[in-house]
Design a protein around this ligand. Structure first.
Ligand code: HEM
Length: 102
C-alpha cells in the first residue's frame, strides 16, 4: 500500500519568495529514489503553510530516501543561507483509495 508523507512547512511572508526559489532550483533527485511515486509543492491560498507532498510505494522506501545521499543532495541549500522555515511538521498517511484523471 502506498504511503503519503507530507512536510508542512511554515514560511514567513518575507521568506516566501526565497523558499519558492529554492524549490525552483531543487536537486530533482527525489524522482530517482527507489519506490518514489509522486512529489508536489503546494502553495497556500491562505495562511503561511506550504505542503511538500510525497507519495511512496512503501514506508521503507520513504525511510531509505530520508537516509540517502539523494535526500542530503535535495536539502543541500539549507547550509549557508540559513533556514527559510519557521516551523515544520511531518504527516504520514496511508493511501486507502485513489483515482486520477488522464
Ligand atoms: C525541517 C525539515 C525540512 C525543511 C525545512 C525542508 C525544506 C526544504 C527546502 C527549502 C527544499 C528546497 C531545496 C533546498 O533548499 O535545499 C526542500 C527540498 C525537498 N524536500 Fe524538504 N525540508 C525538510 C524535510 C523534508 C521531509 C521530511 C520531506 C519528506 C516529505 C521533504 C521533502 C522534500 C523534497 C521531496 C524536496 C525536493 C528534493 C529534490 O528535488 O530532490 N523535506 N526541502
Amino acid at each position: 500500500m502506498s504511503v503519503v508523507v507530507i512536510n508542512a512547512v511554515t514560511v514567513a511572508p518575507e521568506r516566501r519568495e526565497e523558499f519558492e526559489q529554492r524549490f525552483a532550483a531543487r536537486a530533482g533527485k527525489v524522482s530517482g529514489a527507489k519506490g518514489f511515486e509522486a512529489f508536489e509543492l503546494l502553495r497556500p491560498k491562505s495562511g503561511d503553510r506550504y505542503l511538500v507532498y510525497t507519495r511512496w510505494r512503501s514506508r521503507e522506501d520513504f525511510e531509505s530516501w530520508m537516509q540517502s545521499a539523494q535526500f542530503a543532495e535535495g536539502h543541500r541549500q539549507h547550509s549557508g543561507a540559513g533556514p527559510v522555515s519557521r516551523d515544520s511538521e511531518v504527516w504520514e498517511l496511508e493511501v486507502l483509495e485513489a483515482e486520477y484523471g488522464r
